[in-house]
Write a protein that binds this ligand. Structure first.
Ligand SMILES: [Fe+2]
Length: 436
């Protein structure tokens, strides 16, 4: 984004208003009433904004490969509205002609018209570079219950978070009769207080599939794909569910557990070509997001991520992925650094073993959704599992420089400053030794 004080739909700002209008609701009154039946959490506190056809469910995500563009999306409830985004720098009088470096800059943006215009802000990240410090929040399987609300409130109260890595399962609309799409709307209003102000990086989970052929809906992922956009083309992907971004000192690869990933498939081919594009001198931190965990020692969804593990774990180890974040299991687990890539049909070597080139796997599907907590474990705790706890919460990853990142997990029953689990991570490219 470059330019004068105020621009309309200028370069770098992709306006998604018209696309968002696809999800327009024609029965506004009904939309407002729908919120009453929520299990455990009423959304009466988050009504549609006042004014006819006011934009709602505003959310932003990264819009390009390096963090200088933003995708702004919203829904207008009664009819398609203006697709324009006005935005300007939030810096004094804004009189900085020719200002070129638009990283690390706070912008104000406005959508809607006249008395229904709504105004928000975001801050662009620092330029991509090896020592660019940046703090990500990590949230998964959020849903929209009182527990979800606690998770979001805790994250929101932590002023360190600059962007969210969301590991899938957003609204849980499909847990309601006929995949009640009003739940997508209520969820959009629920998370707006965070995602209208900082980008959430989207991963698709099983609750995004929304496959309902008996109702004539045979195209998977339709509500998610129409409501939540990703900058997939910028990373040479051919489909929105797998892509990558660079942000500060991190290269983040997003995969789809529920799209084909076998050899020769588009996702496989893309990932095979993506790893060589990762430049650890530019982005030391290599992070993978996917929904169904490859390692999970809970008695829920056990081994569901195994097929993808078999396909992709060797690449994770060869490319020294630092961290793999997953959701799906509604609890928390962090692994040691290890791998299980020695196995061949003839050698029987199928035991996970310490591997300093292996990622740390973190399951963080503990956002607090309508399906409840996962509180049964497989016993004994496998040696690769470092910490597991059946509590709702979220995590923070504070990247300090090219070698060090400080990671914390915050459970909901504690106040936000309390840390439930913590770890210093040492970068696998710049500190490829055994960690202290
Ligand atoms: Fe899931």
């Amino acid at each position: 984004m470059e330019g004068a004080k105020r621009e309309e739909g200028g370069p770098g700002m992709e306006s998604e208003g018209k696309a968002a209008a696809w999800t327009m609701r024609r029965h506004h009154e009904f939309l407002r009433e729908e919120v009453h039946g929520f299990p455990g959490f009423t959304h009466r506190g988050i009504p549609s904004p006042s004014g006819y056809n006011a934009p709602e469910q505003v959310h932003i995500t990264q819009g390009d490969q390096v963090g200088r563009a933003v995708i702004v999306s919203w829904v207008t409830p009664s009819e398609p509205g203006s697709g324009h985004v006005k935005y300007w720098k939030d810096s004094g009088d804004g009189s900085e002609p020719g200002h070129k470096k638009m990283y690390d800059t706070k912008y104000i943006y406005e959508i809607g018209d006249g008395d229904t215009a709504r105004r928000f802000s975001f801050t662009t990240p620092p330029p991509v570079g090896p020592d660019a410090a940046y703090t990500f929040g990590i949230i998964g399987d959020l849903g929209q219950t009182s527990d979800s609300n606690q998770t979001l409130e805790h994250y929101h109260s932590n002023t360190k978070g600059q962007a969210v890595l969301f590991v899938g399962d957003l609204s849980y609309a499909d847990d309601h009769p006929l995949h009640d799409n009003n739940r997508w709307d209520t969820w959009g209003r629920f998370v707006e207080k965070s995602v209208a102000y900082q980008p959430w990086i989207w991963t698709a989970g099983n609750h995004e599939i929304d496959f309902l052929p008996e109702m004539g809906e045979s195209v998977p992922f339709k509500p998610f794909l129409h409501r939540y956009h990703t900058p997939y083309k910028a990373s040479k992907s051919t489909f929105p569910l797998w892509y990558s971004i660079k942000r500060a000192s991190a290269h983040i690869i997003v995969l789809s557990s529920y799209s084909a990933f076998g050899k020769y498939t588009p996702q496989y081919q893309w990932l095979e070509e993506e790893f060589p594009r990762v430049n650890r001198s530019e982005t030391p931190w290599l992070i993978v997001l996917l929904h169904s965990p490859m390692y999970n020692s809970y008695d829920y969804h056990f081994m569901e991520g195994e097929a993808m593990r078999v396909m992709f774990e060797p690449w994770f180890v060869q490319n020294k992925v630092d961290l793999v974040f997953s959701g799906h299991v509604h609890a928390y687990e962090r692994s040691h650094r290890f791998s299980n890539v020695a196995y061949r049909v003839s050698n029987g070597q199928c035991t996970p073993a310490y591997d300093k080139s292996g990622p740390v796997y973190i399951t963080i599907g503990d956002g607090g959704n309508v399906e409840g907590i996962a509180n049964r474990f497989t016993e004994p705790q496998p040696s690769y599992s470092a910490y597991r706890e059946a509590s709702f919460g979220h995590a923070m990853l504070e990247i300090k420089n090219r070698t060090h990142a400080y990671y914390t997990w915050h459970r909901n029953q504690d106040s936000e400053p309390v840390v439930g689990d913590t770890q210093w991570f040492y970068n696998r490219h710049w500190y490829p030794h055994e960690e202290p």
